[in-house]
Design a binder for this molecule. Sequence first.
Ligand code: HEC
Ligand code: HEC
Length: 503
Amino acid sequence: MFRLSSMSQIAKSSSPPVVCAALIVVLCLLPGCGVGPQAEFKYRDSTHKLIGDAQKAMTKTLQEGFGTPHELVAWEKFPIGYGGAKGTVSGKPAADSASSQLLTVTFEGDATNTMVGAPLLWLTGARASQTSVADTVAHFDPKTNQLKWSGMSLPAPVSGDKFVIGFGEHLKQGRAVYMKNCMHCHGVSGDGAGPTADYLSPRPRDYRLGVFKFTSTLAAEKISRDDLHRILKHGIPGTYMPSFLLLGEKETRSVIEYVRWLAVRGEFEKRTDDDLAEFSVDALEDTVKKAAATYDAAKKSGETPAKGMTLGQAMKEARESFAKFQSDELAGAIEDTATFLADAWTRADADESVILPTVSRVVDEATSRERGRLLFMSDKTKCYTCHGMLGKGDGLATEDFWKKPGSELMYSRRGLHDAWGNPLRPRNLTLGQYRGGRRPVDLFRRIYAGIKGTPMPGFGKTALKDEEIWDVVNFVMSLQFQSTQPPNTGSGQMAAAETKHSK
Ligand code: HEC
Ligand code: HEC
């Protein structure tokens, strides 16, 4: 079962928004896919808060671009391993001019020999634009590269037409693995809010910000497939994230693609909601409040101002300006966001994105650890303000109140929070348990790029040279073997630093 929704069909289907310039394939598989009948993708609160028309446009875009858990949509623009064997028609065997259904083909990669019955999807050529085409493989002979397919015979494919067999199989497998093994913690939508999530601390990751913590990549880059692979094999020690050593390699690879896909879907929604923020109920209430304040101020100073704005008026204006935005800008904004995400997730796997120390590990000896300790206590890094003098994760930052990012509001709890708004303790480094991997190079990367989605900043390139990072790594790794004595030489530096921080 395989349905192609070509661009033109979607564009025609009704009024905008249009998910454009993308091959979009609906992968439908209802029975036996491990998706319960009630499973559905939830929308963000910020989507629910959009005014009617904007909300409709948003949910429609998400439906068209990503589908539902039962009927996934593959938006080809994104670097997701949807799966399938891609090929090109290279000719028609002369012996069989009677049947247009026999073709000679070449495959880009490995063509599996289990293709009989698999859906065959045309990417280019006359058949590609026919929405009613539903072809399958009838026979394939890898020796002669002859492919026989079944389906309606016209329009006939010609040399050069591109096709894919079994498109989307890999992602569908990933969905099945996910629904069975991950959903109860990470949620159907990847929002980190599965049925067991509320009982766990730290909470399961909400993929929808597109932010992952324990990566080998530079601070500005996303998580790589290799990182996801490592996390699945090892789990995240000290948390409820289990290791999935028993998953087969193909299943592991497939669920990695599904996590990437959920992250793309979630971040696409978030970023597009941000673009539409002026059409939200919150923005309208703000406008009305501001208008009322202006009215009051004018009145106080003795003027007779025109009437303030009602919510109804604000709504009417927003509706009109949304109509204009929808016809002029929405499709472009959607395309920009999709391109941005496609690029970011492509770069995540590029060699240049991986942090590789420029010098090999500094020998782990007392002098190196001492240099590391001084750096840990220095104002250059301020590690101690979070991790504490003894590295126990109880620095002064854990006692302060902090502002919510991008807002003037304070968190109601003392201490640090992560990008998802959850309270977060700096790691107790004396336990020697590291969530992002315990190899020295893992710690190097943690310190070089920081921990994404958390207040721990990166120190590479700017604050610390690579040699210095190694010194800090050596010091940090020694903390688990230290007694409870302060690692102080009596220089008074720590006391000075402590005083300074507490103002
Ligand atoms: C028992 C609950 C549970 C299950 C089941 C579970 N996870 Fe997790 N997962 C977590 C928790 C908790 C975290 C957050 C740990 C942290 O923040 O340090 C997490 C984090 C993650 C991360 C984020 C890593 C990072 O660097 O930010 C990924 C990716 C992930 N899980 C994937 C999966 C996949 C894929 C599956 C299924 C194969 C799965 N998880 C199953 C609880 C779970
Ligand atoms: C602004 C506060 C802050 C500063 C400054 C800071 N950290 Fe952290 N650090 C954290 C938090 C919070 C975590 C836990 C993040 C998580 O797991 O979600 C953490 C985690 C760690 C970890 C654990 C990594 C792992 O894989 O589990 C190490 C190691 C670490 N920090 C070292 C350092 C060093 C060394 C410095 C200074 C060069 C430093 N930190 C500066 C807040 C900070």
